[in-house]
Design a protein around this ligand. Sequence first.
Ligand code: GLN
Length: 288
Amino acid sequence: MNIGTLEEHYRLELAPLYESDEAKTLFSLAAEQILALSASKLMVKKDEAVSFINMQKFLSILNDLQIGKPIQHILGEAHFYGLVFKVNENVLIPRPETEELVDWIISAYGKQGSINNFEPKKLSILDIGTGSGCIPITLKKHLSNTKVSVLDISVDAIAVAKQNARQIGVEINFIAADILTFKTEEKFDIVVSNPPYIRDLEKDEMHNNVLLHEPHLALFVSNENPLIFYKAIADFAKTNLKPNGELFFEINEYLGKETVNMLAAKGFINIELRKDMQGKDRMVKAGI
Ligand code: GLN
């Protein structure tokens, strides 16, 4: 059977599906991480024989890429703020925009307490809709003296987040609950969330590798009530933030004004809207 060379498969099957640079990057990542073969070597020594096992593995990667499976799902991991998180189809793949949200919190709270050698005040943080756990785990890792809790409606997502916390070596308190009904007596210094915010009407703008492979539960909201989770989280924050506490949201780029207005109507103060690296409205901070 002529199973072809890796280079032939790459050129004939993968490259035409992607911009060629993207195909090359995906190919290199897969070759290096899964086959433990240096991609540059593969591309130069195109016809060098590879073992049958590697070829089988390669073909299965190729097939996954052809059906639009995200590279992070193929590798089983994603990089976020210098850490590596396990991901699967039950959690959203961490996005660079969310790194910017986390960075906002770390720069705002990271230095407190270092003045005059005071022990920093213990911060309590709640992340709502945690998915892979990339937000709370990164915050716990970078902010000393914090108590971090997370909430998610999906027990499958919590299983992934727990595994990530264990692997990265941080202690997190996990709660499986729906924020639309969740209540607690506990008060927090920071409530943070990247809830679902893509309206059904925006589905057309989305790539199939997101639509077919990432959890819709984490992504979509109705056209009629796109701020449903933001309103519920804002109400929760009104009762459960400590004095001087702050609420941080990742938001839909088209709903910046609506989110700010909703927060102002609920009586939040010092509301700040920020853009992401692409110049799109992407995060909001508000105080009580
Ligand atoms: N930013 C994500 C995307 O564009 C959506 C994240 C969310 O809905 N919270 O796919």
